[in-house]
Design a protein around this ligand. Structure first.
Ligand code: TXD
Length: 317
């Protein structure tokens, strides 16, 4: 059976980590595309030369030509500028829309049967544009943001409670913006509600709520926190790991339930927009959207987040 093939469009900070993670996990042969001459070729040669050390047997190719992505099973898009300190993700919409249009045309022409995972920001708008320009079915075009936002939320909970990150379960919904919706009610440590553990730890309901509110706030601002520290770009290790989790579930038909920026057609009361919701990701891409009842507070936060996505998408020319 031939190896799977993954195309990475954008060979920058995230693209390079994506390529290395694909290789380390032997997800398939990898093609790294960028418009900068030599950049993808140099990074892929470097990763290929580490193969004898880390022991992966996959073909790794860097290219400036879209023809080389032909036959890809999954395409992951990071092409686009990252933000600088003081910028919001939305500030990138104009420049990255132009880039995404050319990228989507390249994918449509050369990998018409691929599943596409968009990472470029502003994510909710870029995945919308990518689907529109490629014309691919909605189940084959998704955005990565919720796996990252949920990972950040889970990390903060694990650090606060002093438990393994492996035993924390939590999810964010909605857009990849400041209005994202970390679901406190469903956050647990092996099924034990986090709020109960916080109340036990602090012997106070108020203090527990205060600590949780701070973690929710930090989750919403976590991207900006890294940008402010790095000064020259944005997070790239965690977004790469997050997109690989999604790609792996599709390539291996794992049916993982992952927060995914998916096209809603009535689910959660939303129609016609890409929004972060729990999806079953398998060989069919988005195979199912798992709906569940939101309480009044969660619904209000979701409505606010969806409104922000609608405004962002509406602002695209
Ligand atoms: O989780 C998430 N969704 C977000 C996404 C998390 C963090 C960062 N997020 C966004 O991903 C970020 O705001 C950017 O919009 C993208 C890529 O971030 P990265 O840090 O990888 O940016 P780089 O290092 O600048 O890499 C972008 C590459 C760079 O090598 C350019 O030469 C290339 O994109 N580029 C292009 N490739 C193909 N085609 C075109 N037209 C093009 N223009 C630039």
């Amino acid at each position: 059976m031939a190896r799977k093939k993954i195309a990475l469009i954008g060979g920058g900070q995230i693209g390079g980590v994506l390529a290395q993670l694909c290789a380390l996990r032997e997800l398939g042969d990898v093609v790294l595309f960028d418009i900068v001459e030599g950049l993808p070729q140099g990074k892929m040669l470097d990763i290929a030369e580490a193969a004898p050390v880390d022991g992966y047997d996959v073909c790794l190719k860097g290219t400036n030509s879209y023809e080389d992505i032909a036959g890809s099973d999954v395409v992951i898009v990071t092409a686009g500028l990252p933000r600088k300190p003081g910028m919001s993700r939305d500030d990138l919409i104009e420049v990255n829309s132009k880039i995404m249009t050319s990228v989507a045309e390249g994918i449509k022409a050369n990998a018409p049967n691929a599943f596409v995972i968009v990472i470029s920001n502003p994510l909710d708008a870029m995945v919308t544009l990518c689907q529109k320009v490629t014309g691919f079915p909605y189940n084959r075009v998704i955005g990565q943001a919720g796996v990252l936002d949920s990972a950040r939320f889970k990390a903060f909970i694990a650090w606060e409670l002093g438990v393994s990150v492996k035993d924390v379960n939590a999810m964010t919904l909605g857009g990849h913006g400041d209005d994202m919706v970390p679901l406190v009610r469903y956050a647990s440590v092996n099924g034990i509600p986090v709020m109960e553990l916080l109340e036990n730890k602090y012997k106070s309901k108020e203090k527990a709520q205060e600590v949780m509110a701070a973690m929710v706030k930090r989750t919403r601002g976590a991207g900006g926190e890294v940008v402010a520290l790095l000064k020259t770009g944005s997070a790239f290790y965690s977004p790469a790991s997050s997109a690989i989790a999604m790609a792996e579930s599709i390539l291996k038909d794992s049916k993982r339930v992952l927060p995914t920026c998916a096209f809603l057609q009535g689910e959660f009361g939303v129609s016609g927009y890409y929004v972060g919701v729990p999806c079953v990701l398998g060989a069919g891409g988005v195979e199912k959207i798992l709906e569940f009842k939101l309480d009044a507070e969660e619904q209000a936060m979701m409505d606010k987040s969806v409104a922000a996505v609608k405004e962002l998408v509406g602002s695209m020319k």
